[in-house]
Structure formats: C-alpha cells, structure tokens
Write a protein of this length. Structure first.
Length: 184
C-alpha cells in the first residue's frame, strides 16, 4: 500500500472525502460503488466495485470460447479495466486500465465495428498500447439494469483481417448474455 500524505477527518455522519486528485487518478466518479474491506491491523480499504469483476471466471470462459470459435482476440472489460482476455499473453491486456477512448465508447453505448482496410479509426484498448497495432475491431457495450457497465471486444492484428456482421452479432449476443447475467 502506498501513502499519499493526505489526511482527512470523518464528519459527524461518518463520511470522509476522497480528494479530487485521487478520484481522478483512479477514475472514481460520483455515484460509483466502492467496496469496503478491513484487515486485522485495523486498516480500512476502499476498492472500486466492479460488477463484471464478480463474474471474472465466467468472463474467462466467454473470451476463451469466442477466441476458439472466431480466431480473434477476445476481451471483456468493465468501465475501468480489462477483466478477461484470450488470444494474447495474459499480462498484455488483463487487469490493465482501459483507454479514455474505450471508456467514452462504453459510456456512450457506442457499438464499434471498424476495419483498417475501410479506413476506420481503431480505438486503443488500454492506456499502454497503440491503437495502430489493430487491423480490425468490434466493441459492443454490456448493458445491465439500463446502465452501460462494460464491453465485449473482438480484435485482430492480422494483415487484411476484416470484422463483419458475424463478428458483430456474436459480440452483441455475448454482451447481451453477460448483461442479463449481471441483472440476476
């Protein structure tokens, strides 16, 4: 755990303010749920709650199935990070913060189906990578209880790869299944 040097007092209602700098760095927005943990040393730990993170074992099964069936890199992410990825080394995408462009696409419920051959602009998946590495991508938001909570992504780095209606429908169906699972 890293000390920030910032100290805040608890008010009479038991509230404490998380400084703006920390909220911005950790992408904590108004209304975001936080999980509260305690340990035996008396520490209180706040962790951003991810409903999709709750089904990470299922997410891995979904991405593995998508990768095997379509041959494309498959990812499931929440609004902050990649929860599961198949078709690439685990440390390349898994548990990495998503890019601002991808976060905006999820927030705006934007369905993306782009191919470099057609002159489309690729979105970077994480902050640490270059969108130019991809030749085709499909991004479908996951909607649960009327809220956009993440996305299903199909990606390709192969020359002349093209994502069409089949990949789009598969990603939309998977996003719908994950969304319904989150509502239960």
């Amino acid at each position: 755990m890293r000390a920030t040097g910032i100290v805040r007092r608890i008010d009479e209602l038991g509230r404490v303010v998380i400084p703006k700098e920390i909220r911005r760095t950790l992408r904590i927005r108004e209304g975001d749920p936080l999980e509260i943990y305690t340990d035996k040393d008396g520490e209180v730990i706040l962790k951003k709650y991810s409903p999709i993170g709750e089904i990470s074992s299922f997410a891995k099964d979904y991405t593995e199935s998508l990768f095997r069936a379509l041959g494309h890199i498959a990812c499931i992410c929440d609004r902050d990070m990649v929860v599961s990825a198949s078709g690439v080394p685990r440390k390349e995408l898994w548990d990495k913060p998503i890019s601002r462009d991808l976060e905006a696409a999820i927030q705006n419920r934007q369905v993306v189906n782009v191919n470099r051959q057609s002159g489309g602009r690729m979105l970077a998946v994480t902050n640490e990578e270059d969108a130019a590495a991809y030749t085709a991508q499909v991004i479908c938001p996951i909607i649960a209880d009327g809220e956009s909570i993440g996305a299903v992504l199909l990606l390709s780095r192969e020359q002349n790869a093209k994502m069409g209606d089949t990949e789009l429908k598969v990603a939309e169906t998977t996003a719908s299944i994950v969304g319904r699972q989150m509502e239960q």
